[in-house]
Design a binder for this molecule. Structure first.
Ligand code: NAI
Length: 401
């Protein structure tokens, strides 16, 4: 029977353990001590019990999955084909623990990290097994989210990557392949969905709830950017923004926004503190970040470029302000996806799959760009760029071909 060790039994590790066990893999769950891992197994039991109650799983499948899970220590890794690390996001801790695991696990075992922001190449080099190290980036909650980004470090062996893709698929997930670059696919390409709305809010183009509504209506996004930041946690979202921006050399288009910093300083993290872009007190959310609305007139060239972009970009009609909000946001997302293509981060198909399954976009950004027309996307970006002082709308090469 195939065996996996999951190290780190927190939010992600316990989710990954549940996924593996429900797909017939024996799981050794390792944390700082057996009590933590056992508590995680109890949480998994609770999840599976609920699945049985809702008739999504049979009682015998639940029992079979639970019988495959056990709390373990690093010393028990001798039979594992795969080690998945989901420990705290700290390179030194990950290196130390994975380094110990390599001493015990078989010499052929694949060493996968679930890191969101650390370099896979660096982890592989630090533990002295760069060929067997790769990323398997699951999304939260792991039992529900269908996507796994399989990340190739610069020395990851092709057969290990192939096997990781096979395992993710055998666990019922949709794997996409990505190069080891900051934010991989999803955490990078999604930046435009947060940053451009933040800038428009600050410019007084529209308010929090209006921008959310516009993107849901015109774009078909399931949640608006401010609702989503409140759900993810403004602190978490800001730290991802900052990390991707810094690691990519601080390009203006990815610069985190002052409003994020201010909310983090005030400990207004969103739903978890009951205050973020919305207030959740007493119960009904209402916009909590108030920005002076300005009446503005779009320059003629921007007006025309927005109208043209929206003709193919959305089936919904809207006022010019609504179309402007939608067009600026979608153009930023498309441009980031195009920059990722320029950098060979992933194929167009994998970028689209990742954005549909990782963050529920109604369409992949590359498919959207082709539907609108690369020339029309580039025309909007060039026009916006002429009016921007920081050059952040500079179009990627892919949009110029
Ligand atoms: P968490 O804080 O819920 O769990 C981390 C676990 O690691 C804890 O149970 C902790 O006791 C354990 N741990 C710490 N030091 C350890 C050690 N020396 N030996 C064994 N276990 C140790 O963290 P979470 O959210 O599950 O994140 C884990 C990893 O997954 C991080 O690298 C994070 O960046 C990544 N990730 C997190 C996502 C999320 O939405 N939470 C999404 C995708 C990736």
């Amino acid at each position: 029977m195939s065996e996996v060790a999951v190290i780190g039994a927190g939010t992600m590790g316990s989710g990954i353990a549940q996924v593996a066990a429900t797909h017939g893999w024996r799981v050794r769950l390792v944390d700082v001590d057996a009590a933590v891992a056992n508590r995680a197994i109890e949480r998994i039991r609770g999840q599976l019990d609920r699945a049985v109650e809702r008739q999504r799983m049979s009682a015998s499948d639940r029992d079979a999955a639970l019988s495959l899970l056990s709390a373990a220590s690093i010393a028990d890794l001798g039979g594992c084909e795969l080690v998945v690390e989901a420990i705290v996001e700290d390179l030194d801790v990950k290196t130390r623990i994975l380094g110990e695991a390599t001493q015990i696990a078989p010499r052929t075992a694949i060493l996968a990290s679930n890191t969101s922001s650390l370099s896979i190449t660096r982890i592989g080099e630090s533990i002295g097994c760069p060929e067997r190290t790769l990323g398997m980036h699951f999304f939260n909650p792991a039992p529900v989210m269908p996507l796994v980004e399989v990340i190739a470090g610069s020395a990851s062996a092709a057969d290990c990557l192939e096997r990781a893709v096979e395992i993710a698929a055998a666990w019922g997930k949709t794997p996409v392949r990505a190069k080891d670059t900051p934010g991989f696919i999803v955490n990078r390409v999604a930046r435009g969905y947060y940053l451009e709305p933040l800038r428009m809010l600050d410019e007084g183009v529209s308010g929090v709830s209006e921008i959310d509504q516009i993107l849901k209506t015109l774009g078909g996004f399931r949640m608006g950017p401010f609702e989503l930041m409140d759900l993810i946690g403004i602190d978490v979202n800001y730290s991802v923004s900052r990390s991707v921006w810094e690691q990519l050399g601080r390009p203006a288009r990815l610069q985190p926004h002052e409003l994020q910093v201010r909310l983090v300083e005030q400990h207004h993290y969103g739903r978890k503190t009951k205050q973020g872009f919305y207030s959740y007190q007493p119960a009904h959310p209402y916009p909590a970040v108030v920005v002076a609305r300005k009446s503005f007139e779009l320059p003629d060239d921007v007006y025309k470029a927005v109208r043209l972009f929206c003709q193919a970009g959305t089936d919904e009609s809207g006022s010019i302000t609504e179309q402007y909000v939608f067009a600026r946001t979608l153009a930023a997302i498309i441009n980031e996806a195009a920059w990722a293509l320029d950098g060979d981060v992933a194929t167009a198909e994998d970028i689209d799959t990742a954005m549909r399954l990782g963050v529920n976009y109604p369409r992949g950004p590359i498919e959207w760009a082709e539907r609108i027309g690369r020339r029309t996307c580039r025309h909007l970006l060039d026009t916006l760029n002429r009016h921007a002082s920081d050059g952040r709308f500079a179009a990627a090469q892919w949009l110029r071909t």
